[in-house]
Design a protein around this ligand. Structure first.
Ligand code: KG4
Ligand code: ZN
Length: 343
């Protein structure tokens, strides 16, 4: 029996999971650090300190909830990249020390690779190749997944990530942080045609994204309105902005489905919770007869279950512990996005 302790501390959520035999989630805890809301964004130093406070207690609680002790574990999986360096270091240092104390192998997991596979936790093994769209606060990645460890990168954002654009527009509307869920809610009541915002890069070939021009267009529309915008104006801005985001993401993703041999579409990242995006992609997949694999919200956002899933695969395929485990802040330098395969 394999029992992997998953640890995720790459940004502002502390999460711990125990995954048995790669499929059975024995326990799963996620603590969102609300303190960042006060500052309108994640404060790296505070995030790292909160991980230090929370992580040991959460590991104890996760084992207790699973009815296990550390001695029942067979391995540890921890996020090693990409993310905030201070936050990553807390998780990796803990995993190394815990692994050393209990003589357990430690796998350093790439957070984006984990998002690519998170749908597997609820939907089971995917048909390969599968197209995967990861849309979060820090990343917008379109990847053809041929299996664990086998990826062909199709596109990324050239500037802001999708979630970042949601958060910046929400901030301009005074909706708090993170603002994606609030925009999603407001958009349901607004008119998506009230403002004709740009659909960036759709006239260009390839699968890259760009959202900074859209964000600026929305910002200018808010400036033009003056100091006290009406509730209707805010709803219409939210609906029109979300419509532009969804159309851009969905058009590129569905075009990639048409141009590859993908047998399924999987989503990951917090923005995959967006109702408009889910609806647009569900309609596109249905028209093509391709299954859409959308994780439930707790597995879309940052979570340790997906880290344990990929770590379990790594430990099965590499018996020894990752002694050289080092944290890496950027996706580009993490060795994953460069690991492109021929189609
Ligand atoms: O994956 P995630 O939890 O953390 C990162 O790795 O970034 O994603 C957080 C992002 C935030 O930008 C948040 O505003 C966005 O996901 N988000 C949403 C929704 N729920 C979360 N964006 C749009 N619509 C939503 N329903
Ligand atoms: Zn993430």
């Amino acid at each position: 029996m394999r029992r992997v302790l998953g640890i995720e501390t790459s940004c502002d959520d502390t999460s711990v999971a125990v995954l048995e035999d790669g499929v059975h989630l024995r326990s799963h805890l996620i603590a969102a650090q609300d303190l960042h809301e006060l500052y309108g964004g994640v404060v790296p130093e505070l995030a790292a300190r909160a991980h230090v406070e929370l992580l040991p207690r959460m590991v104890a609680r996760a084992l207790e909830a699973a009815g296990l002790t550390g001695r029942d574990l067979t391995g540890i999986a921890v996020t090693r990249a990409p993310g905030l360096v201070g936050s990553l270091v807390v998780g990796v240092a803990f995993a190394k020390a815990y692994g050393f104390a209990l003589d357990l192998p430690v796998a350093g997991v790439n957070h984006i690779e984990a998002h690519l596979h998170s749908a597997t936790l609820e939907h089971g093994e995917s048909p390969w190749p599968a197209l995967c769209l990861v849309v979060s606060g820090g990343h917008t990645e379109l990847v053809l997944v041929h299996g664990f460890g086998r990826y062909r990168w199709l596109g990324s954002t050239r500037d802001d990530a999708a979630g970042e654009a949601f958060d910046k527009v929400a901030k301009r509307l005074g909706l708090g942080f993170p603002g994606g869920p609030a925009i999603d809610r407001l958009a349901r009541e607004g008119d998506p045609r009230a403002f004709d915002f740009p659909r960036p890069m759709l006239d260009q070939p390839g699968f890259d994204f760009s959202f900074s021009g859209l964000k600026t267009a929305v910002s200018l529309a808010i400036d033009r309105q003056g100091t006290s915008p009406s509730a209707t104006f805010e709803r219409d801005i939210a609906a029109s902005f979300q419509a532009a985001m969804v159309e851009t993401l969905a058009t590129r993703t569905l075009a990639a489905l048409d141009m590859t041999s993908a047998g399924a579409l999987s989503l990951g990242g917090g923005v995959a919770c967006n109702r408009g995006l889910r609806e647009a992609l569900a309609a596109g997949c249905e028209a093509r007869g391709i299954p859409l694999r959308v994780p439930s919200p707790r597995f879309c956002a940052d979570n340790a279950a997906m880290i344990a899933l990929v770590g379990d695969w790594m430990l099965r395929n590499r018996a020894s512990s990752d002694e050289e485990l080092e944290v890496v802040a950027s996706l580009e330098e993490s060795g994953l996005a460069g690991a492109a395969l021929p189609a």
